[in-house]
Design a protein around this ligand. Structure first.
Ligand SMILES: Cc1cc2nc3c(=O)[nH]c(=O)nc-3n(C[C@H](O)[C@H](O)[C@H](O)COP(=O)(O)O)c2cc1C
Length: 214
C-alpha cells in the first residue's frame, strides 16, 4: 500500500481499514509529500518514528471527523520509510500480492510511468510492473494535463489499473464517508478483496436517492 502526496488521504485510510477487515496484512509506504496532506486533511502528523500511533490515530476517524470505531493491530501493518530503498518491497523477491497507490499524485503517476524509482513507493510500484503483479493507481487530480494523460496511458499499457478517485452517486451516498468508501471499495474490487463498503448496482434505477447501503 502506497500513499502519495495527492489530496485524498481519507481514501487511503478507508482502503487500509478495508484490507485489514478482509484479513490482509499490509506493507505501508507513506511518501514524504503525503505527510503534508495527512497533516492538512486529518489535523495530525504522520511520522516514521511514531508510525504505529500516528496510523492508529489516522484510521480512528472517518472523512467527516467522526470516530470510525476501528482499531489497528500494529502487527498486521509493516511500515517502511519512503527513503529506505533497501526495504523489502524494493525487491521483486519480496512476496506481496500486489500494490495499491491511494491516492496517486500526478508526480507519482509520472515517476512510475517513467520508471524513476525516486523513492521506495515508486520503486515498489516499478517492481509490481516488472514482476507482472497487480498495481492499482488511484490518481487524484483535476483537470488533467496532457503529460499526465500520456503517463496514465503508459501505466495502463504496462498492466496497471488506472482508477481515478472519482466517487459515483448511484450507491445512495448520504455522507462524505459514503463517497470515500465508494472509491475505496472500487480499489479493493480491482484486486478482488471482499468488502461491503458500498451498495453495488443491481440494475434498478431510482435507488441512488434511497439512502446508503443497508
Ligand atoms: C495540500 C496539498 C494537496 C495536494 N493535492 C494534490 C492532488 O490532489 N493531486 C496531485 O497530483 N498533487 C497534489 N499535491 C502535490 C503533490 O504533493 C506533489 O506533486 C508532490 O511532489 C507529490 O510527491 P509524491 O508523489 O512523492 O508523494 C498536493 C500538495 C499539497 C501540499
Amino acid at each position: 500500500m502506497g500513499v502519495s502526496g495527492a489530496s485524498g488521504t481519507p481514501y487511503a485510510a478507508a482502503v487500509i481499514r478495508g484490507l485489514l477487515a478482509a484479513g490482509e496484512d499490509i506493507d505501508l509506504v507513506v511518501s514524504r509529500a503525503s505527510r503534508l496532506t495527512i497533516l492538512d486533511e486529518n489535523g495530525h502528523p504522520f511520522r516514521d518514528a511514531h508510525a504505529e500511533s500516528d496510523l492508529r490515530r489516522w484510521l480512528a476517524r472517518g472523512a467527516d471527523g467522526r470516530p470510525d470505531a476501528f482499531d489497528v493491530d500494529p502487527a498486521r501493518v509493516r511500515h517502511w520509510s519512503p527513503g529506505d530503498l533497501s526495504a523489502g518491497p524494493a525487491s521483486g523477491s519480496y512476496q506481496v500480492k500486489g500494490m495499491l497507490v491511494v491516492p496517486a499524485s500526478t508526480a507519482c503517476v509520472a515517476g512510475v510511468a517513467l520508471g524513476l524509482s525516486k523513492d521506495l513507493l515508486q520503486r515498489a510500484a516499478d517492481v509490481m510492473l516488472k514482476e507482472r503483479r497487480p498495481l492499482v493507481m488511484a490518481v487524484r487530480e483535476t483537470p488533467l494535463n496532457g503529460h499526465t494523460l500520456r503517463h496514465l496511458v503508459t501505466l495502463d499499457e504496462a498492466g496497471a489499473v488506472v482508477l481515478p478517485a472519482s466517487p459515483a452517486f448511484y450507491a445512495g451516498a448520504r455522507h462524505i464517508q459514503d463517497l470515500v468508501d465508494f472509491v475505496a471499495g472500487r480499489v479493493l474490487d480491482a484486486v478482488d478483496v471482499p468488502h461491503t463498503l458500498y451498495r453495488r448496482w443491481e440494475g434498478e434505477l431510482g435507488r441512488g436517492s434511497s439512502g446508503p447501503m443497508p
